[in-house]
Design a binder for this molecule. Structure first.
Ligand SMILES: [Zn+2]
Length: 228
């Protein structure tokens, strides 16, 4: 069973080697990596990003191990993880990079990654077609523990597991993703909404009244009308 915490520990703007360039990003995919380090935990990987002896530009958004996921760069900024340059359609500029640790209990780490990725897809209304390997962008053999001598069988198994978890989340509906969504309209907070399949639902009347409009309801035709 997966069981991990998610915490944010963003590397500072101005981190050496331009590791947090701060280019705005509207992500369209999620890219999966392995750390290629059998000994390092998520906390170790996060610490390495701001270690003075680290001389490489590489960075990523989230690193996950058997215990925790750490968000190292905000998901609306780019990171250098795809090895495919900085063009506007590159993985580096369009994709959220997730590093899967190789240390500790790898089976549990993979379970955690499946859970995390499924949840991220759910929140965005995305399917597993949004998942990429580092290899898809640059040809690097990464995530290396899913390569299987070139058959990538563990990659396909990973995607299938994410799909399975996504199906469960959809069945469970709202509660599994977000019990409540805070909604602000025209400067004030209104009734709480809910997130269902990536869409925020909120009572129509609450939104209309927040901007000084009114709502009528015709029960015969099941029509709601907003009017001044
Ligand atoms: Zn990689």
């Amino acid at each position: 069973m997966s069981n991990f915490t998610y915490r944010k520990d963003h590397i500072p703007k101005g981190t050496a080697c331009n590791r947090r360039p701060g280019f705005a990003m509207k992500p369209t995919t999620i890219t999966i990596h392995n750390t290629a380090n059998e000994k390092s935990s998520a906390a170790n990987e996060r610490a390495w990003l701001t270690n003075p002896s680290n001389k490489v530009q590489a960075s990523y958004h989230i690193v996950i191990d058997e215990r925790e996921a750490i968000e190292c760069i905000p998901l609306n900024e780019n990171a250098w993880h795809a090895g495919d340059g900085s063009g506007s359609t590159s993985g580096n500029r369009t994709s959220i990079g997730i590093e899967i640790c190789e240390s500790g209990n790898y089976t549990k780490t993979i379970d955690n990654a499946v859970m995390l990725v499924a949840q991220m897809l759910m929140e965005r209304g995305w399917g597993v077609d949004r998942l990429r390997r580092h290899w898809d962008w640059s040809g690097k053999i990464c995530p290396r523990l899913m390569y299987d001598g070139g058959t990538w069988s563990k990659w396909y198994a990973f995607k299938a597991a994410v799909q399975g978890r996504l199906n469960e989340l959809k069945k469970e509906g709202v509660a599994s993703v977000s019990d409540k969504v805070t909604v602000k309209a025209y400067g004030k907070q209104i009734k709480d909404g809910k997130l269902i399949d990536g869409t925020v639902y909120v009572p129509l009347r609450a939104v209309a009244e927040a901007r000084g409009d009114q709502v009528s309801w015709d029960n015969n035709t099941k029509t709601a009308t907003i009017y001044k």
